[in-house]
Design a protein around this ligand. Sequence first.
Ligand code: KG4
Ligand code: ZN
Length: 333
Amino acid sequence: MAIILGIESSCDETSASICIDGEIRSNIIASQAIHAKYGGVVPELASRAHQQNIIPTVDQAILQAKVSKKDIDAVAFTRGPGLLGALLVGTSFAKSFALAMDVPLIEVNHMQAHILAHFIDQPKPAFPFLCLTVSGGHTQIVLVKDYFEMELLGETLDDAAGEAFDKTAKILNLPYPGGPLIDKHAKDGDPTAFKLPEPQIPELNFSFSGLKTAILYLVQAEIKKNPNFLAERMDDLCASVQDRIVSILLNKLKKAAKQTGVKDIAIAGGVSANSGLRSSLLAMGEKYKWNVFIPKFEYCTDNAAMIAIAGYHKFLKKDFVGQDISPLARMHV
Ligand code: KG4
Ligand code: ZN
């Protein structure tokens, strides 16, 4: 039997999870509300909140899984990418835990872990599969050949998809993080109400900064004509923005599927919680006869269950690291 403790602290979620023989038994997430009033994650505040949250979060994960600290066989932690100060908290905790309990230490790449979240529940994708990983910091199309053998086929040249949602939300005077709020308003809006540009970016890469500027100019021009524009047209604006972000993402995914011939298609990361992306991907999957894999909501945004499952697969290979390990703000899949 293998019991893995997973730790996630790369951004503004402190999370701990227990995985027993590949099955997730707990996934505790402490979110940090403090960033909302600043309109984005403040790194220094995130590190402090991680420091306060980490021990209670781990205690709760162990309690909920009904295991004892001394039964844990290994500790897996997010090494990167992410905010360095935030990563240091999880890394230091994991190193101390491993030292104190005399168990192996496993480093996990956060972007790989978002993808490996697909191995938590059934149905699991078969290798090779394509994954569109869309989060607050990344937008990537990845060819997943094996658990830890991944090839980056395309990525954003500027903003990430989550950033496009969050920065648009800021223009629309919605609080941070704006992605879920745009999603909510979009449900009652008309996606064809406002015409927004689709950038012409080569290969399988993305760009979202032009879209953000187009929205800013549109909103500024409309507010000049009608000061109540935002309040009156919020739903239509959100629906139009969401529709365009989703079409940019899915058009590239379609191109990647055509180029590779791969028909197992997955999405991962915080933006994969978006209802427009989920339903459009399902429709596209039906049209092109893809096997579509969409994670459960709790495994889309940052969580330690994905770190624990990635850790479990490394544990099976005895892929451990030493106490001299340090976090990395930048890491590739
Ligand atoms: O993966 P994640 O939790 O953290 C990072 O690793 O970045 O992703 C967070 C991002 C934020 O930009 C947030 O606005 C976005 O995911 N997000 C959404 C939705 N839920 C979360 N974007 C659009 N629609 C949603 N429902
Ligand atoms: Zn993430």
